[in-house]
Design a binder for this molecule. Structure first.
Ligand SMILES: Cc1cc2nc3c(=O)[nH]c(=O)nc-3n(C[C@H](O)[C@H](O)[C@H](O)COP(=O)(O)O)c2cc1C
Length: 405
């Protein structure tokens, strides 16, 4: 599918860009940012409107964030999972994005050991049996039959996504989700052909990518988000990540999105910046969880200092190791940075918080109305997604200050 460019701007960031069979109107992609807007596990009007605004703001492609490939991969009740009932909603989603001239991608994954036992109604699955502090639950080690079933779930979900009008899929193999749990020595202690050596730990994720590729055919864009490191000594590190990147490319990935962190252990490592404990406490449902979060939030959620383009050194290692396009993600703030990143060989950019802060971020950069984002990486938006929907608290606080004056 070829989408019309919204302007005749020939600057590399804003010029059309080909990704397998897809031409994007520019090189800026909204990264998967869990919206918390799928109440009841379905596509809501608010979810569509959130992305329609980002599309209207000039983005090349927007990503519908984390959708589970099966019911047992969910962390929240207000999280999508791929099934026939959501197809009409997904079609409305892609139509709305296409009407604004942007492309639509969908992030497919499975939470593995940090899925919510309450939400999925059964014991969680993981690479190996493991205690999850966030859930206070212990998962069951996946059998070979489970591995085969989840592989099929990924392929089936990808086909459903394509049939619903998505222009690309993004397989979530990072951030400590199920595929990343197989890659990480911390969560994978298996002694069969899916554990131990890196070659064995990569087996399930690469089988999933190959199965999705086989299901979608040779031209459909498959992005894979992966970790350059998990975030502590003993997790996946960059040298292994370079080999993972090569294996993912060989298995059929169209493009890689190198990120970092482990949701159940280093949740803010992938973001860096503020630790919004107060907002996270407010967002909890039960009194017990509120108290637990208030008491232990600072211990459970460590602080990692923010720097612009905080993943640049590791992302360069991945980019230089493979022949497929590699995106840059992590602390992209300004047009000047974007231009330099494209200039040095990143194929495109993924941007999260700057587009949560301002859905018109791309158009504002293009027109010169802004040179950079004014997101202060307070990360309060992360707390907002866990109950009533993603939003930028700073925008609201600024508006309230205006009223007070
Ligand atoms: C509110 C919020 C929700 C996020 N949810 C997801 C998610 O569902 N999947 C994912 O891969 N990354 C998620 N992320 C991480 C972003 O995609 C991105 O990797 C990170 O924010 C760094 O990019 P940035 O500096 O441009 O924000 C989320 C980030 C934010 C702020």
């Amino acid at each position: 599918m070829t989408l019309k460019p919204s302007t005749s701007d020939t600057r590399p960031v804003f010029a059309p860009f080909a990704l397998a069979g897809l031409t994007l109107r520019n090189r800026v992609v909204r990264s998967g940012c869990f919206e918390g807007l799928s109440q009841g596990g379905v596509v809501t009007d608010r979810l569509i409107e959130h992305h329609r605004r980002v599309a209207a703001g000039g983005i090349g492609m927007t990503t519908l964030s984390y959708c589970s490939v099966s019911q047992d991969g969910r962390a929240f009740g207000h999280e999508l999972w791929m099934r026939p009932e959501v197809m009409p909603g997904l079609r409305r989603f892609t139509d709305a994005i296409h009407d604004e001239g942007a492309a639509a991608s969908i992030q497919l994954g499975h939470c593995g050991f940090f899925a919510s036992p309450r939400v999925i109604g059964r014991r969680t699955l993981g690479a190996s049996s493991k205690f999850c502090l966030f859930r206070t639950s212990v998962c069951r080690e996946m059998s070979l039959a489970d591995i085969a079933e989840k592989t099929t779930d990924f392929a089936r979900s990808a086909v459903m996504a394509r049939d619903a009008g998505f222009d690309a899929v993004e397989i979530h193999a990072g951030h400590g989700y199920l595929l990343s749990q197989f890659l990480s020595p911390w969560t994978n202690q298996r002694i069969d052909r899916y554990g131990g050596s890196l070659e064995n730990r990569m087996r399930f994720p690469t089988e999933v990518i190959a199965a999705v590729r086989a299901a979608l055919g040779p031209r459909f864009p498959i992005l894979v988000k992966m970790n350059v490191r998990d975030g502590w000594h003993g997790g996946l590190e960059i040298d292994e990540a370079v080999q993972v990147a090569r294996a993912f490319a060989a298995a059929g990935a169209t493009a890689l999105v190198p990120s970092c962190g482990f949701t159940a252990r280093t949740p803010l490592y992938m973001l860096r910046g503020g630790v919004p404990v107060r907002e996270m406490v407010q967002q909890q449902d039960g009194l017990l969880t509120k108290v637990g979060m208030a008491l232990f939030g600072r211990i459970m959620v460590q602080h990692y200092g923010y720097e612009p383009q905080f993943l640049l050194a590791e992302a360069r290692r991945i980019r230089d190791a493979v022949r497929i396009p590699v995106a840059y993600i992590g602390g992209v703030e300004s047009l000047e940075q974007m231009e330099a990143l494209i200039d040095e060989g990143f194929a495109f950019l993924q941007v999260g918080r700057a587009t949560v802060r301002d859905p018109d971020f791309v158009d504002h950069l293009r027109s010169g109305a802004a040179a950079a984002t004014d997101c202060d990486h307070c990360n309060k938006c992360v707390a907002s997604m866990s109950r009533d929907g993603i939003r930028c608290y700073c925008v609201e606080e600024t508006a309230l200050e205006g009223v007070a004056l």
